[in-house]
Design a protein around this ligand. Structure first.
Ligand code: 5AD
Ligand code: SF4
Length: 538
């Protein structure tokens, strides 16, 4: 049987897709290796959101091409959004690529690999054989692609995820669960509605069932995924199969959110889904969700969060810009004032909540005044972090057709750095507010065995890039010789927390457990504390 190397680029949705692909291939007998040199099937699960991610993937494709030219017998597959966006043309431009599989077709991947093996065994492959190595939604319209998505086997792939029997003991006790695929928003800069297609919602029973199975296999934290996760809604009694199972369903138009029929028993809203998962899967210590869309975020969701402590106090709600003029050009559908009304409402109902976001700098026509407004917005909202991106024109989007990419790269870089510095100040203040308090930390990794290097390691380890030259400055600097190993994890509000483990405690045993920590210091990116429990919670 073949050995696979699978590399993932881009977002959490891709990480989940890769996990499902891996489980599917493993169940068919494929082995996996973390080293590309040891593999005979190399799969790149790609991202098209920004050009940078695409260039990185292409450089990997180039390396594999050289190995193939040198005579190695390898299978190279490009999965995900780049495959969907570039289509069959990619096979012509990069003959070293053997197969293409779009993000909506991943259930067909084993068949594609088989087809490549079969074609390789033939003396003279035909044109049809090339078609047999490609699975993309692209040739169909968005609407019919969405319709077929509801009937296809992708749902089975989500449901049939391979549950790792070692998960309970491996320390990896977090999992992603998809609730919605695709996006209907069409922000003008974004490729996602084209590569992942129209919004399709999974039936609530399937989602709850998946959470229950994950919990039974040792998972204590799930992150519900959707491009606009709070747009989740499922109308019952519309699509049911003969065996009584409900089917995935295309998302409604945006008007559905204007006249919210909250009391409608036939409708599972995002708030109801959150409540069901919380109440029906009590083994889950944490329920998180990504990514929220700032508009249409009902008070019902905040109420469910406030009344259910195991739902994490964390919202990732990208604002993208602080200028109403730019927001309009982006087709975001809200104003700065509406965004602020939303974040104020969040902090009123959930005072401990952390808010994070995304910002794009250098969108076409962005002036110094527009940029100034973005800085003002940042100063107004206590963002724990912001992912900051330089605008990157993407083929196929409205923005690339409609607007000239007229902000010079140098200006984009300056604005990017300026925002990183400002966000570091804001992040430092948000984190400093927690000093002196106690938090629960889900321990994720051992960051260092030698306390002397602890600060550098923890900063490098954090998922947030602050750009060059900025490292975390912790205010807790007194070291206890008793404390041997440093670990890191996250609070319910997604604040990265590092603490040292007393030498009498096995650090490995803390992985995947929730530990009470007193916060003694902070930096722009993290909290530093001292463990209160001496033994891991059960
Ligand atoms: N250029 C720059 N950033 C982009 N994003 C999406 N498309 C682009 C683009 N063309 C950013 C947005 C989004 C995040 C996932 O990526 O900020 O929220
Ligand atoms: Fe892209 Fe906008 Fe959809 Fe987010 S909401 S995936 S930015 S189109």
């Amino acid at each position: 049987m073949k050995t696979v190397y699978l590399e993932t680029f881009g977002c959490q949705m891709n990480e989940l897709d890769s996990e499902l692909v891996r489980g599917h291939l493993e169940s068919l007998g494929y082995g996996f290796t973390p080293r590309p040199d040891d593999a005979d099937v190399l799969l790149f699960n790609t991202c098209s959101v920004r050009e940078h991610a695409e260039s990185k993937a292409y450089s990997r494709v180039g390396i594999v091409g050289k190995r193939k030219k040198a005579g190695e017998n390898l299978i190279l597959g490009v999965l995900g959004c780049m495959a969907e966006r570039d289509g069959i043309d990619m096979l012509r431009r990069y003959p070293q690529i053997d197969l293409l599989c779009g993000p909506g077709e991943l259930d067909k991947l084993p068949m594609l690999i088989d087809n490549v093996v079969r074609t390789a065994a033939q003396a003279s492959p035909s044109a049809d054989d090339v078609q047999d190595r490609v699975a993309l939604a692209g040739n169909t319209s968005r609407r019919s692609a969405a319709l077929s998505a509801t009937a296809d086997d992708l749902e089975t792939l989500d449901l049939a995820r391979a549950f790792d029997p070692d998960r309970a003991t491996s320390g990896v006790r977090s999992a992603y669960v998809r609730i919605t695929r695709g996006c209907n928003k069409f922000c003008t800069y974004c490729v996602v509605p084209y590569t992942r297609g129209a919004e399709v919602h999974r039936p609530p029973d399937s989602i709850v069932e998946e959470c229950q199975r994950l919990a039974a296999s040792g998972v204590i934290e799930v992150t519900l995924l959707g491009q606009t996760v709070n747009h989740y809604r499922y109308t019952h009694g519309v699509a049911v199969t003969l065996d009584g199972r409900e089917q995935p369903q295309i998302g409604p138009g945006l008007s559905a959110f204007r006249n919210e029929p909250v009391g409608d028993a036939n409708l599972t809203t995002f708030a109801k889904l959150l409540a069901r998962i919380h109440d029906e899967v009590p083994e889950l210590a944490r329920i998180r969700f990504l990514t929220s869309y700032p508009k249409d975020f009902g008070g019902d969701v905040l109420e469910v969060m406030a009344s259910r402590p195991r739902i994490c106090r964390y919202l990732h709600v990208p604002v993208q810009s602080g200028s109403n003029r730019i927001l309009k050009l982006m087709n975001r559908g809200y104003t700065v004032e509406e965004y602020l009304e939303f974040t104020d409402r969040v902090l009123e109902v959930l005072p401990d909540a952390s808010i994070a976001g995304d910002i794009i700098v250098g969108f076409p026509t962005e002036t110094d005044e527009d940029f100034e407004l973005t800085k003002q917005l940042l100063r107004r909202v206590p963002f724990k972090n912001n992912f900051i991106f330089k605008y990157s024109p993407r083929p196929g989007t409205t923005a690339i057709d409609r607007f000239e990419d007229d902000v010079p790269l140098e200006v984009k870089k300056l604005r990017n750095n300026e925002l990183l510095t400002l966000q570091a100040e804001i992040g430092a203040a948000v984190h400093a507010d927690w000093v002196g308090r106690e938090v629960d930390v889900l321990v994720e990794r051992i960051t260092n065995r030698s306390p002397a290097n602890a600060e550098t390691a923890s900063a490098a380890d954090s998922r947030i890039s602050l750009g060059s030259g900025l490292t975390s400055r912790s205010t807790a600097s007194v070291r206890d010789p008793e404390l041997a190993v440093q670990v890191s994890g996250r609070t319910s509000g997604d604040l990265i927390t590092v603490f040292e483990v007393p030498s009498r405690v096995e650090a490995e045993q803390l992985l995947g457990t929730i530990i009470r920590v007193r916060i003694e210091g902070s930096g722009p990116l993290l909290l530093r504390g001292r463990m209160i429990d001496s033994a891991p919670a059960p």
